[in-house]
Ligand binder design. Structure first.
Ligand code: CDP
Length: 211
């Protein structure tokens, strides 16, 4: 059983994907972390995330252990991630790991939930369930701003909003696996939903689709 969860930044897709995985006892993969780890590794090497050779080298050298780096949650890592993620050869180098995770989830688990931008379109086009989670950009910026403040980080709402708009544009307009809903995905707009409501909506859809 494969559940694909795609959507823009701060739409609530990570929270939702994690809850679905916990509910069904499926394995969970946050594919954004893979791109963040590659972006962060390029930055740590003092190189430019838009440089194909540097990004490709980092993608090929990626180790699963790198995904646990707490630095990956920073906005600097997110921006670097969306730059390396626009490079087709980098995406190609990371494809095998993601497909393998979905096809053979670790520890013999009965299913996998993957979240990202291209899970339903490129990584798992045959996923049993495809969800596209979205929300208005202002609401997403409010959530990200609150998250940063709650973590004790300095944050200015207008800057968070602009950064999200820039990243949405980069993710949606790139030619390599752009952010878009698969034609057979169900769209869940979480603008006016709390996490429990989003989960209940997703669960209703999954149960209807898998009975
Ligand atoms: O958590 P948030 O939604 O802010 O971002 P993320 O899911 O960690 O992804 C960070 C960046 O990685 C995105 O802005 C995309 O550019 C890229 N990404 C991608 O291209 N494809 C994926 N499957 C996942 C992430």
């Amino acid at each position: 059983m494969i559940v694909a969860v795609d959507g823009p930044a701060a739409s609530g897709k990570g929270t939702l994907a994690r809850r679905i995985a916990a509910h069904f006892q499926y394995a969970y993969l946050d594919t954004g972390k893979i791109y963040r780890a590659v972006g962060q590794s390029v930055l740590t090497a003092g190189r430019d995330p838009e440089n194909l050779e540097a990004a490709l080298q980092a993608a090929r050298a990626l180790d699963v252990k790198d995904l646990a780096n707490p630095e990956l949650s920073s906005d600097t890592a997110a921006v670097a991630a969306s730059k390396v993620a626009a490079l087709e050869p980098v995406r190609a180098a990371l494809l095998g790991f993601q497909k393998e995770f979905a096809a053979s989830p670790p520890e013999g688990m009965a299913g996998a939930v993957l979240d990202g931008r291209d899970i339903g379109t490129v990584i798992c086009p045959d996923a049993h369930v495809k969800l596209f989670v979205t929300a208005d950009v202002e609401e997403r910026a409010r959530r990200r701003h609150k998250e940063l403040l709650d973590n004790g980080e300095a944050s200015i709402y207008s800057r968070v909003l602009q950064a999200l708009k820039d990243r949405d544009a980069r993710d949606s307009n790139r030619s390599a696996a752009p952010l878009k809903a698969a034609s057979d995905a169900i769209v869940i707009d979480t603008t006016a939903m709390n996490p429990d409501e989003a989960f209940a909506t997703a669960l209703g859809f999954i149960q209807k689709h898998t009975d």
